[in-house]
Design a protein around this ligand. Structure first.
Ligand code: PMP
Length: 855
């Protein structure tokens, strides 16, 4: 691997004894002194206490160090002393014969017993402690400002300095980051690998911008181990070790300190602007400098991990100051710093830093631009959901590594163009709309580099841009994207895999491109199979956008047509406990009874017993069927979303649906299980939602999650029913079931199984629900927490509060939605790799927004 400067890291300080150091002090410098060992990564350093009471540092310079580099340091120290005698950097002391550096012959050493000719340098000692080693707490604002100021003074002194040594290739220089990319696959943790990949993504664009910036000699390594703090702990009183000086963009100087302080925990992300303010008070920076600061910092952090990894993989290489920490811990530390930056987001931080640097924040910044546009995320319709999901999934898949982020795109302009292109009423989620350009697992990233936790989108079922799914789609797209009129293994494999998880007689599939289409076809099949044309749906149900299916969707249908009757939501389910039984794939294959085998007994906390709920459901369905009859309709189907999502997210016991299913069958109707929301294990207890509910569908419809973002809709039913429909209609969908869709569907099933995501939905879901219930106990505004697995509803007092909470969470980097006829249910429905630590992030943010709403 050709990494400039990396080999220099192999160097070991020369071995020198205390008495040799004292000898050299005497012979070369005419000093009588006692030597004590000091730390040093590449040089061997000694503190000298001289007989006249002064303190100095004697350095035996790394024998591998280039002569030109050693000469460069001498020249720089002399230059700084000349330009700013007040500046607290080490002063060079020449040898008695006025040499700098001096040269000594050390006695025989090493395997070959050869004498070592070694360059030495004597410098003044700077009293105080290293910032890194301060024993009390984090630095206060005053110390951070003073540190920034001191570094800026150094840069001012260096402004006119030039030396050929400044061109030395240093591996820590962010401009060489690309040469470290081969180390990336060696990073232990896949999560850290992904974070680093993201951090290094903008590198090409960054390099172009850096080449346009004001550059000069900089120290290049002002971290907490090279900065000295006064005994009182409130001022920076020295900067040491100019071994990594380079000619580079000036802003890189403070970027390095900011990055290192964040990683080492010397300063929090909230405190770091003080450092910058201190720096710019003595050395102003301009907009162009601050605009690259975020990327410089993340790149510096990323290369630190890569260098660390490289060192570990190359036995015998010193791991420097971090030698004692274990590498996993280190990776975690670096990842935390990257996380903290990403959570705040590039735009917000750059705004803060511009402010700290005393520069104006541009008026076309995101805050101004985002006040435009409708606040459609809060319009409580599933159509809103579809819009946001399309945005997230679509962008997430198409924007890959190396693509330039659209950081410079004025959001206001895009909003304007969008309004013209898509129509002013095209729904847009959140008061401050999101311009998503990438997704990764449970995270989404905006064009501004802001990272948000996705607790809303169920389309990326196994995680945004899951590499296995993306690869499967790309592989097949590279070969052929034909249609089901040709033979192809993929779609047949897919049907076989899918039907193996279903009751045995649900054994054949039709393919379309969306949940709406699947429901449309299911509805057509039900009508032709039964000869009836009435429908039963849940109150405020949503099943899609075609003409026929909109009629079955009271959530979006202004006037429910006469052939449709709505059934009431379960009541006891508001507080039904979430079953915790383990998920076993085989249990899902069996026929789910239209019965009450798994019924939860007893009363719920709201006093409504499940028996009373079942009795109410029985009466309700009877009345609905009777009402249809009075209008001349017999029911062809009950269409039901097993998660009861748009109805308000409920998790009723099977005893609730049993009388409904019985009445529907008695009336000669089919049951269409809309598994668009709840299918593929979202409940955590069953692979299919109907199995959890305890009913047995005649037709199952699938959409959204099955292709993880690739359009795929499926209608599953009994072969006899399907064949009759094909005969009667000559059904064919051009895109439906094409081999690329088949590849996507198969990959989703693979990942679900391999990553045990259904189990995860159960355990994380239970954890999440219990944490949310604690919130319900704390905040009166939280009325109910219900659902199961990773389909959770949090009912709050009203629509207005819901809107505040949803937008408040968005501002804190957490995306959720809202649901229910009253628009007062927070919808938490993340991708399936959502883990307890993500739940903690949500609960913390929700606590904060609820508290803010209270005050
Ligand atoms: N059924 C349910 C239960 C849904 O939630 C949705 C979409 N939100 C649909 C059907 C329609 O799916 P699509 O938007 O893919 O047409």
């Amino acid at each position: 691997m050709n990494v400039p400067g990396l080999l220099a890291l192999r160097g070991q300080p020369p071995r020198v004894t205390l008495s040799e150091a004292e000898d050299v002090a005497r012979t070369l410098y005419g000093l009588t002194a006692r030597a004590a060992v000091l730390d040093g990564e590449r040089d061997r350093n000694f503190r000298l206490d001289t007989s006249d009471g002064s303190r100095l540092v004697l350095k035996f310079i790394d024998p591998e160090a280039d002569d030109i580099v050693v000469a460069g340091q001498s020249a720089a120290l002399i230059h700084i002393a000349e330009q700013n005698p007040q500046l607290r950097v080490p002063r060079v002391i020449r040898t008695q014969s006025a040499a700098e550096p001096g040269v000594v012959e050390l006695g025989a050493r090493g395997d070959r017993n050869t004498p070592l000719s070694c360059r030495v340098r004597l410098v003044t000692y700077l009293p105080g402690r290293l910032i890194q080693n301060r024993s009390v707490g984090l630095p206060n604002g005053q110390l951070l400002r003073s540190t920034g100021h001191e570094i800026a003074q150094l840069d001012r002194a260096l402004a006119g300095f030039f030396h050929p040594a400044l061109a030395q290739p240093i591996v820590w220089d962010v401009r060489h980051a690309q040469s470290l990319l081969p180390v990336l696959p060696q990073v232990r943790s896949a999560t850290v690998q992904r974070l680093l990949g993201n951090a290094l993504d903008p590198i090409e664009q960054l390099l172009v911008r850096l080449r346009g910036l004001r550059s000069q000699a900089i120290h290049g390594d002002c971290h907490g181990r090279n900065l000295i703090v006064s005994d009182e702990g409130d001022a920076c009183v020295g900067i040491i070790d100019l071994g990594d000086m380079i000619h580079a963009p000036l802003v890189l100087e403070i970027a390095v300190t900011m990055a290192e302080f964040l990683v080492d925990g010397v300063a929090s992300i909230d405190a770091i602007p003080q450092l910058l303010a201190g720096y710019t008070s003595a050395q102003p920076l301009d907009h162009a400098d601050i605009n690259v600061l975020y990327d410089l910092i993340t790149t510096r952090i990323a290369i630190s991990v890569l260098i660390q990894t490289w060192r570990e993989r190359n036995a015998g290489v010193s791991t420097g100051a971090n030698a004692s920490a274990d590498s996993n811990g280190l990776e975690e530390t670096f990842a935390k710093a990257l996380d903290a930056l990403a959570s705040r987001g590039r735009t917000r931080l750059i705004e803060q830093w511009l402010d700290a640097a005393g520069l104006a924040v541009p008026a076309h910044g995101p805050t101004a631009a985002m006040s435009h546009g409708p606040t459609a995320a809060m319009s409580h319709g599933p159509a809103t959901a579809a819009g946001a999901e399309a945005a997230a999934a679509g962008d997430g898949v198409t924007v890959g590594r190396g693509s330039a982020p659209h950081a410079d795109l004025p959001p206001g302009d895009l909003l304007r163009r969008r309004r013209t292109a898509l129509g002013a009423n095209a729904e847009l989620s959140y008061d401050r709309p999101l311009h998503l350009v990438r997704g990764d697992g449970v995270w989404v990233y905006t064009a501004d580099g802001e990272r948000l936790l996705d607790v809303y989108n169920n389309v990326p079922h196994v995680g945004h841009a899951h590499p296995v799914v993306v690869a499967a789609i790309a592989e097949q797209a590279k070969r052929i994207a034909s249609n089901t009129r040709y033979l192809d293994e993929r779609i047949v494999d897919y049907v076989e895999r899918l039907t193996a998880t279903l009751p045995p007689d649900l054994d054949a599939c039709l393919f379309v491109n969306s949940g709406s289409e699947a429901n449309d076809i299911a509805w057509r099949i039900a009508k032709s199979h039964t000869g009836h044309d009435g429908a039963l749906v849940m109150t405020h149900a949503y099943h899609g956008i075609t003409d026929a299916v909109t009629a079955l969707s009271p959530a979006i249908c202004a006037k429910v047509p006469p052939h449709v009757e709505q059934l009431a939501a379960p009541v006891a389910a508001r507080h039904a406990a979430s079953p915790t039984a383990g998920y076993t794939p085989s249990a899902t294959a069996g026929r789910a009874p239209d019965a009450t085998a798994a019924a939860t007994q007893g009363a719920s906390p709201n006093g409504v017993t499940v028996e009373a709920d079942a009795a109410a459901a029985e009466a309700d369905v009877a009345t609905a069927i009777a009402r249809l009859a009075t209008r001349g309709f017999k029911p062809a189907a009950l269409m039901i979303d097993s998660a009861l999502t748009s109805t308000g997210i409920y998790d009723p016991s099977p005893s609730w649906i049993a009388p409904i299913a019985a009445a529907v069958r008695k009336a000669g109707a089919l049951i269409i299980g809309d598994e668009v929301q709840f299918g593929l294990g979202r409940s955590g207890s069953n692979f299919w939602g109907f199995a959890r509910r305890g009913y047995y569908p005649d037709i199952v419809t699938l959409g959204k999650p099955v292709g993880n973002g690739y359009p795929l809709g499926v209608v599953i039913t009994r072969r006899a029913i399907l064949e009759k429909f094909q005969r009667d209609t000559g059904f064919f969908s051009t895109f439906g079931g094409n081999p690329v869709a088949g590849a996507a569907g198969l990959a989703v099933l693979d990942v679900l199984e391999r990553e045990q995501l259904v189990d995860n939905a159960r355990t994380t879901g239970s954890y999440f629900i219990s944490k949310l219930r604690n919130l319900a106990a704390e905040f009166e505004a939280v009325r109910d927490v219900r659902g199961c697995g990773l389909m959770i509803g949090v009912e709050v007092t009203d629509r207005v509060l819901t809107k505040r909470l949803v937008n408040g969470l968005r501002d804190r980097g957490v995306l959720i939605g809202s649901e229910g006829p009253l628009g007062n249910v927070l919808k938490l429905r993340p991708p399936m790799p959502f883990r307890p630590e993500h739940a903690d992030v949500v609960v913390e943010a929700l606590t904060a927004v609820l508290s803010a709403a209270n005050s």
